[in-house]
Design a protein around this ligand. Structure first.
Ligand code: NAG
Ligand code: NAG
Length: 406
């Protein structure tokens, strides 16, 4: 197929992320994924429908949470005699399609998980060599989203290990056939509602952010978020270096929001959510909505942060260095972040390494000017003001996000 080369010519308006130009992924996707909830055991109709119901009853759907995504282990261990994937009958007693239909009837979307290698990470059938047939199967069920992992892919080790340390080539080689199958399907659809979102999960290998926009609608830019503070630091800090590769149609995926476990504290949860939001990461909940605490629920329902994440410009915030501030430290979350919005500028102030008083003069913020006042609002405290600067006392690992209206 010749389309990738043709379509890689991007328009100035839509930017780098729009290479596929099929109308999908114009904003970071929002939803839930089953993996962190109960790993393989959560890959079932029961979890999918329960989550869809919770999206509605808990007001999450109204805030934009849309995709109910089932991760690894939804099939049987073997394909059928025709080479088709078989939904595990103990997890999907009526198959996939009735579940998708029901989720669609609720105004939500449904996603599944596959893998570019011979097997998925948990050892279920991978899609290598079967890309077109698998996409035909998925789309016949109405699947809206396809996360595509990187286990058991071509490797110089024999037999291939789950995670290859010495690949035979660039992972784009094994993402291309699935990309062609998905986009081949998408380009035949007249309705955007029928198209499928293709999420690359190659763990940030081969600098995927530099080519992901020609392959999918979002791409994981790192290895997994393990749910600990070190993961938030590792992923959050590196997002600052690659912000320019996200744009409507293709976004850096910082991995699931790992809130609601006991691995990080309340401040760290606030920073995690806020940083993912302003970095324009997909907002995909990796938690059990049956067990969520009131404080975590309040964070994931922060409408101001969600609106910033879903801003139509789709430009991530990155770090800037105000006069007198220390230089960024690799692997640590820098205090000063800013990025453009359709109607303003977002400023993030993160106490990533120490508590303290953090502030900025608006004249030092990219996109703002000196010699005038700006109206602003902070998203966690609800504090508002009108002036030439802001500052806050911020506890260790907490964050404040200010929207400045211009
Ligand atoms: C991997 O392949 C992509 C797509 O062809 C290319 O843009 C990129 O430069 C390659 N990366 C490396 C590290 O070779
Ligand atoms: C903000 O302050 C400036 C300068 O004092 C004033 O001119 C402007 O009307 C104020 N805006 C609002 C919305 O209060």
């Amino acid at each position: 197929m010749t389309w990738p080369n043709v379509l890689l010519v991007t328009s100035g308006l839509l930017g780098v992320g729009s290479a596929l130009k099929d109308g999908i992924g114009l904003k970071p996707h929002m939803g839930w994924s089953s993996w962190n909830v109960a790993q393989c055991n959560a890959a079932s109709a029961k979890y999918a429908l329960d989550t869809a119901n919770k999206f509605v009853s808990m007001g999450l759907k109204d805030l934009g949470y849309e995709y109910v995504n089932i991760d690894d282990c939804w099939t049987t261990k073997n394909r059928d005699s025709q080479g088709k994937l078989v939904p595990d009958p103990s997890k999907w007693p009526n198959g996939i399609k009735p579940v998708v239909d029901q989720i669609h009837s609720m105004g939500l979307k449904f996603g599944l998980y596959g893998c570019a290698g011979a097997q998925t990470c948990a050892g279920y059938p991978g899609s290598e060599g079967r890309e077109k047939s698998d996409v035909a199967q998925l789309t016949s069920w109405g699947v809206d989203f396809w996360k595509y992992d990187n286990c058991y892919t071509p490797c110089r080790q024999n037999p291939r290990p789950q995670t290859c340390g010495n690949p035979t080539g660039n992972s784009s080689q094994w993402y291309a056939p699935m990309r062609d199958a998905v986009i081949g399907y998408n380009t035949q659809q007249t309705s955007v509602a029928k198209k499928m979102h293709f999420n690359l999960c190659n763990w940030g290998r081969d600098n995927v952010w530099t080519w992901g926009a020609g392959y999918g609608h979002s791409w994981r830019m790192s290895v997994d978020n393990w749910g600990d503070w070190a993961s938030v630091e590792r992923i959050g800090s590196s997002a600052a270096d690659i912000y320019q590769f996200s744009a409507p149609g293709g976004f850096n995926d910082l991995d699931m929001l790992y809130l609601g476990s006991s691995k990080i504290n309340a401040n760290q949860e606030k920073l995690h959510f806020a940083l993912w939001a302003i970095a324009k990461s997909p907002l995909v909940l990796g938690l059990d909505l049956n067990k969520i605490s009131a404080s975590t629920l309040a964070i994931i329902k922060n409408k101001g942060l969600i609106d910033i994440n879903q801003d139509a410009l789709g430009k991530p915030a990155s770090i800037f260095r105000p006069p007198g501030a220390a230089a960024p430290v690799k692997g640590k979350i820098y205090p000063y972040w800013a990025g453009p919005l359709v109607d303003g500028v977002v400023i993030g102030l993160a106490a990533g390494t120490a508590a303290g008083r953090f502030g900025v003069d608006f004249k030092d913020v990219p996109g703002l000017q000196g010699g005038r006042s700006y109206v602003w609002k902070e998203m966690y405290t609800g504090q508002t003001g009108n002036g030439t600067s802001v500052s806050f006392d911020i506890g260790l690992h907490d964050m404040r996000v200010v929207k400045v209206t211009v």
